[in-house]
Design a protein around this ligand. Structure first.
Ligand code: HEM
Length: 394
């Protein structure tokens, strides 16, 4: 048994075989629901090389910040704008332009759909929508789906002209182009345009809802140390190369510690074990829904010394149990966007900290402790979080 299996008394057979714990499908959890219609049953392929996307968006972020100095800005809004633009470009080469024009039709359609899909009442009373049809919500989804469908069609056409093959060969293809290319392989079953769209939709949710909530909340106290490291490693470069990212050791520890204290996915989507499980002296019968409470694992004193304290140095030599830090899950269902997300966070920190001194407004509700809340979408984020960004002069 490995240390995780030992501690939790689960036999290794069960701790590794994620195929014995299939995720429950949306259509099973919410049969015929709007969630199932919108996200479908999807799979996701690789992310490709997307560094240029981060750099472009970091520059746009600075343009937005130029207009404000030394006044509170709502960082939840800022992160929503940044991460949607980054993801749209990486996923299907589309610029939502949420940083440039947050009221444009694509951003508003996306926001409206997410708002509809995350209404808690439909999670609590899953049959409600079968009694009262959600006509307005259906219209909003149809509008966004049309946008996704147009993307898919345009890319399929570019495959016929050979443009897509060229992009695949020079590794500049986005996720959707990679998916379309993979579907063209006669050895693999082809995804329909609808399935391609479902994959896009779930990719946007998995990547955007998590990233936008993952602002580095507590870096304020340690920002000088992070900034000194950025200036030392990057010199005059605006964004870090892959090599430089590895050298940003303290920043990487801060990112890990932030994700430990405030994991955006606080609770893994439920699993339904196929067989009975023996956990210590307890038997969990097959088909019992299981939730893994990541927030609890990250805040348990059995796993971490002074779990409520922000101590980036605890990651110095990675002494902790591998399964005590599950921000991106682990094993075969590890988050597919882990590298994408880590690069995004590093670039964002480098961009902001070299230019700005960050502080909480005097009347902030977060003065003593960050105020957070779980949401029905299965993610966790802060209550409104205005921060002051003061331009550095030295
Ligand atoms: C801080 C940011 C993020 C966090 C904390 C996070 C966390 C997670 C977690 C915990 C899972 C596992 C869910 C499960 O086991 O049921 C997951 C899955 C996934 N994530 Fe992320 N994620 C983040 C960012 C992203 C980004 C940026 C992308 C896309 C670029 C992404 C794409 C995915 C996908 C596609 C899956 C499904 C993998 C599968 O089911 O096999 N994530 N993520």
């Amino acid at each position: 048994m490995d240390s995780y299996s030992n501690r939790f008394g689960i036999s290794k057979r069960y701790s590794y075989k994620t195929d014995l714990y299939p995720k429950s499908l949306l259509d099973e959890s919410f049969p015929g629901s709007l969630f199932a219609q919108y996200y479908g049953t999807n799979i996701v392929f690789s992310n490709g090389d997307v560094i240029h996307v981060f750099v472009e968006s970091a520059i746009k972020l600075l343009n937005v910040m130029e207009k404000v100095d030394n006044e509170p800005i709502e960082v939840k809004d800022l992160m929503h704008r940044l991460t949607l633009d980054v993801l749209g470009k990486a996923a299907f080469g589309f610029d939502f332009n949420n940083l440039g024009d947050p009221k444009n039709v694509y951003v508003t359609s996306y926001n409206e759909v997410l708002e509809e899909l995350s209404k808690p009442i439909y999670y609590l009373i899953s049959f409600l929508e079968h009694i009262v049809p959600r006509t307005e919500a259906i219209k909003k989804i149809a509008k966004l789906n049309k946008l996704y469908d147009e993307m898919v069609e345009r890319k399929i056409k570019s495959m016929k002209t050979g443009e897509l093959d060229e992009k695949i060969n020079n590794k500049s293809a986005d996720l959707l182009e990679n998916m379309i290319h993979a579907c063209n392989d006669p050895e693999n079953p082809t995804l329909t345009s609808e399935e391609l769209r479902h994959n896009l939709a779930i990719f946007m949710l998995a990547g955007h809802d998590t990233s936008k909530k993952n602002f580095i909340y507590l870096f304020i106290d340690v920002q000088k140390k992070v900034r000194d490291e950025i200036l030392r490693v990057l010199g005059d470069d605006l964004t870090p190369s892959s090599e430089q990212q590895k050298e940003l050791k303290y920043m990487n520890m801060v990112i890990n510690e932030n994700l430990r204290l405030y994991p955006p996915v606080d609770n893994l989507p439920r699993r339904i074990p196929l067989n009975d499980i023996t956990l210590r002296n307890h038997v969990i019968p097959a088909k019992t829904p299981i939730y893994v409470y990541i927030y609890g694992i990250h805040h348990s004193s059995k796993n971490w010394e002074n779990p409520e304290k922000f101590i980036p140095e605890r990651f110095e030599n990675e002494k902790h149990d591998h399964y005590a830090w599950l921000s991106f899950n682990s094993g075969s269902r590890l988050c597919l966007g882990i590298n994408f997300s880590l690069i995004e966070q590093r670039i964002m920190l480098c961009t902001l900290l070299r230019k700005y001194e960050v502080s909480l407004p005097a009347n902030s509700i977060h003065k003593d402790k960050l105020q957070i809340a779980s949401e029905s979408s299965g993610t966790m984020g802060p209550h409104p979080l205005p921060l002051i960004f003061k331009r550095r002069t030295d």
